[in-house]
Design a protein around this ligand. Structure first.
Ligand SMILES: [Zn+2]
Ligand SMILES: [Zn+2]
Length: 386
């Protein structure tokens, strides 16, 4: 009942989210389940989700099973960097938030795989800024005036990023080598001409082959080229157990990036992300003290995917003559970004390192041959000027 009413509203697009009191466009209130009018404060609850977030079978041969839908929202395309993102019905977009270019045009509606799950924003931009400042303050190698500079020139833009997640049951057949350590007694002649023996470690290699099974759940792959891949992929601290079905009302007031890396391409990326864990399983299966993997052949079965929207505050700040990008996780405050490195901090660290190495070398060569070399080695640290 409520789900059909809700469905009807969805088809009208974002312009339907109007304030009942004054007619202004409502915006989603981070951390809540309601829309709020930024002018009169009137609030409207967002209907609780009618369904749970489901895994969709990954079948490339039959596109009809992939949830392809005609785009409902107003999407703009940047002619300069190719970013595509949704904007509110009334929103005037003069410049691209990613490259600053002002050649943004309305994109033709097209068929896309629509998101089926999301995490709504949990806090507002001001809080995101606090997380950024805390992070900047914790950059050990950063210049001391970085926070003030970033505060002056920093910019944060709340947006939802598209991701794919993949589940897979993998079966891998491998061949390899197992190395077992053993000790051998070796005879040698010391510098005084006496024959002596010593223990030497050797490795016995033997052929190994087998099959390992590894199950993967929600391997997360960034689906856009519009933010730094490094940062987008390193944001991992998501509270995935709080995932809710895709709901457009959570998007109002924020930009939402459309995927530019499709399902098939990112499935390849996901398979790469799975390799280290599969290799670990193979090494464990081979056993012994050392392992070599010669061949492996992986079958991926029971493959499913989800298309998720995850909230971030994206932005950049200027320091000196350079721009530094960052992303703040809109759920947990985790920050991934670039920070300038202070020349002087690095300079003095390297200098300090050289002094320590030089001092050790000095005492080592001074004390070499004498029986007191070890005790002088432990006392010199007190004499360092730092
Ligand atoms: Zn209002
Ligand atoms: Zn652009």
């Amino acid at each position: 009942m409520s789900s059909t009413a809700h469905q009807g509203q969805r088809n009208l697009g974002i312009e339907s989210y109007r304030c009942a009191q004054c007619g202004a466009q409502l915006v989603y209130q981070p951390g809540s389940t309601q829309l709020e009018c930024p002018y009169c404060g009137h609030t409207t609850p967002i209907a609780p989700p009618a369904a749970t977030v489901e895994e969709i079978p990954l079948v490339f041969s039959d596109k009809s099973r992939l949830n392809l839908e005609l785009e409902e929202d107003r999407v703009v395309h940047c002619n300069s960097c190719a970013a595509e993102f949704s904007v509110g019905a009334d929103e005037v977009t003069q410049s691209c938030p990613f490259c600053g270019s002002n050649v943004v045009v309305e994109a033709e509606p097209k068929h896309r795989i629509m998101p089926n799950g999301m995490l709504p924003f949990y806090f507002k931009e001001a809080k995101g800024r606090e997380f950024l400042m805390k992070w900047l303050g914790s950059r050990f190698w950063a210049p001391n005036n970085l926070k003030q500079q970033a505060l002056k020139h920093g910019r944060l833009d709340g947006m939802y990023l598209p991701y794919w997640t993949y589940d897979s049951d993998t079966t891998t057949q491998y061949t390899g080598m197992r190395g077992d350590h053993y000790w051998e007694t070796e005879s040698y002649t010391d510098s005084n001409g006496n024959s002596r023996t010593r223990q030497v470690r050797r490795t016995a290699w033997s052929f190994a082959a087998g099959t390992v099974f590894v199950e993967f759940d929600d391997v997360l792959v960034l689906a856009t080229d519009s933010v730094s891949e490094k940062h987008g992929q390193r944001l991992t601290n998501w509270d995935m157990h709080e995932l809710v079905p895709y709901e457009r009302q959570y998007l109002v007031g924020f930009h939402t990036l459309r995927y530019s890396r499709d399902l098939e391409r990112c499935w390849g990326t996901a398979q790469q992300f799975m390799q280290p864990e599969i290799d670990d399983a193979i090494r464990y299966d081979i056993g012994g003290d050392e392992q070599r993997i010669t061949t492996k052949n992986t079958n991926y079965e029971a493959n499913t995917f989800k298309h998720l929207l995850l909230p971030v505050f994206a932005g950049s700040y200027r320091y000196g003559k350079k721009n530094y990008n960052f992303l703040v996780n809109g759920r947990t405050g985790e920050v991934q970004g670039d920070a300038p490195i202070s020349f002087w901090k690095v300079f003095f660290a390297v200098l300090l390192g050289l002094i320590i190495v030089g001092t050790i070398a000095y005492f080592y060569y001074q004390g070499e041959g004498s029986s007191s070399s070890r005790s002088s080695g432990s006392s010199f640290s007190n004499e360092l000027p730092f």
